[in-house]
Ligand binder design. Structure first.
Ligand SMILES: Cc1cc2nc3c(=O)[nH]c(=O)nc-3n(C[C@H](O)[C@H](O)[C@H](O)COP(=O)(O)OP(=O)(O)OC[C@H]3O[C@@H](n4cnc5c(N)ncnc54)[C@H](O)[C@@H]3O)c2cc1C
Length: 379
């Protein structure tokens, strides 16, 4: 098989966006090697929320990292539209965090004071204001917080755009080629052994999502600690459009798509790579849906999806050079925020690979992303 300058293992949003970024910076002879079909795992199952405010209660460096990536999305979406003609449906309507119980209201009070003190754009809406913003919400809603800076994208279209970019720009997409182990010479990575044979490369990047830790070097697994956290998510396809905002509660979230679909997510289960959809999850998510709105009662479930979020050790993404090796990098462990963190991850890692570490993003966020671990504790 051909030799490449850069071989990226894993064709999810992280691997594909890195390939694009490297190409934009002038790098050629890039390949993405994918075990199955491009973009069929966590990146497809995701809800597409770009919601650092709804997702994070703490205003810390990780929040700022997420928010910096969110701010890159308008330019990212415009560039992808120009490059590929694919509109990734960046929706900036904002998010509501709704309270349905007394405990929810207490939680929102604390959140509101913490987030306003940190200078975050947030409005405290009464019941009437909440129902004015979203008339199809349940009348039992008590109040909500409105986050104008929490957005969403259609992640399926994001995958289509990134795949089109690769196809239009000579990036090789090698499908149905599971990487079993890396090719090394001493501590220097030189590509990967795949189901279709060896692929040699100057630089190898591990971006295999929840499966990253399973790739081997000789007899041992690569020193990158990532484990799967299963997420189940339901979708409904009503005839009319009921909601405009992304809506959170403490028991789930509701994501309205431009085509009218409504996603209700999501479970968080530490059950390994079990792909089952379970009746317990269906019950939990249906209850969350009914709490949001009785109008959803009686609607058939259009789809029940399962995905494996890649959980990096300590909950942090693992981005950077793999210690103890040369020409080997990792970008994995993005857990609940991989769609949100796509542009910043691609920029930071492309910078590292092409220019060596450094640059303003690394100066600001090096502490937030774990370097790959010395020892693989997840495998
Ligand atoms: C239900 C759910 C909802 C979510 N909602 C959101 C959200 O709203 N917002 C957000 O920001 N994030 C969300 N996420 C998280 C987000 O989906 C992930 O963080 C992100 O998709 C990770 O991207 P990835 O490219 O690392 O992984 P993946 O998309 O899983 O891609 C990894 C790829 O590597 C391939 N691969 C694995 N092993 C090998 C191998 N040995 N050889 C070759 N290829 C291999 C896989 O087949 C796969 O295609 C959600 C996740 C789930 C499950």
């Amino acid at each position: 098989m051909a030799n490449y300058d850069i071989l990226i293992v894993g064709g999810g949003v992280i691997g594909l966006s890195l390939a694009r970024e490297l190409d934009r910076l002038g790098q050629r002879r890039i390949a993405v090697v994918e075990r199955g079909r491009i973009g069929r795992e966590a990146s497809l199952a995701a809800a597409g929320m770009l919601a650092p405010n709804g997702e994070n209660e703490e205003i810390d460096d990780f929040f700022r990292f997420c928010d910096a990536s969110r701010k890159m999305y308008p330019e990212f979406a415009d560039a992808l539209l120009t490059e590929t003609g694919v509109d990734i449906e960046l929706d900036r309507t904002g998010a509501l965090f709704a309270a349905f119980t007394e405990e929810d209201s207490e939680h929102l009070t604390v959140r509101f004071s913490r987030q306003t003190a940190a200078g975050i754009s947030v409005e405290d809406l009464s019941q009437t204001e909440t129902l004015k913003a979203e008339p199809s919400l349940s009348r039992s809603v008590r109040s909500s917080l409105f986050f104008p800076d929490d957005w969403q994208v259609e992640n399926q279209k994001l995958l289509t755009a990134l795949e089109s970019y690769a196809l239009n720009n000579g990036i090789s997409l090698i499908e149905n080629a599971e990487v079993v182990s890396l090719i090394t010479n001493g501590n220097v990575a030189q590509g990967a052994n795949t189901a279709l044979g060896p692929i040699h490369a100057e630089v190898t990047v591990l971006a295999a999502g929840a499966w990253t830790s399973l790739i081997k070097i000789g007899e041992t697994c690569v020193p990158v600690s990532v484990k799967p956290i299963r997420g189940q998510i339901l979708s409904f396809a009503p005839q009319e459009r009921y909601f405009r905002h992304l809506i959170y509660s403490r028991r789930g979230y509701l994501v309205p798509r431009a085509d009218g679909r409504i996603l209700i997510g999501a479970t968080e289960e530490d059950v390994g790579f079990d792909r089952s959809s379970t009746p317990e999850a269906e019950r939990q998510l249906t209850n969350a849906a009914l709490e949001f709105s009785p109008t959803l009662a009686g609607l058939p479930i259009a789809a029940a999806c399962v995905g494996f979020r890649p959980f990096g050790e300590g909950g942090q993404p693992v981005i950077g050079e793999v210690p103890g090796f040369e020409h080997l990098y990792a970008a994995a462990g993005h857990f609940r925020n991989g769609i949100l963190l796509t542009p910043i991850t691609a920029q930071m890692l492309a910078q590292s690979i092409l220019q060596g570490s450094g640059g303003p993003l690394w100066e600001q966020f090096a502490g937030v992303v774990s370097p790959p671990a010395e020892k693989n504790t997840a495998a």
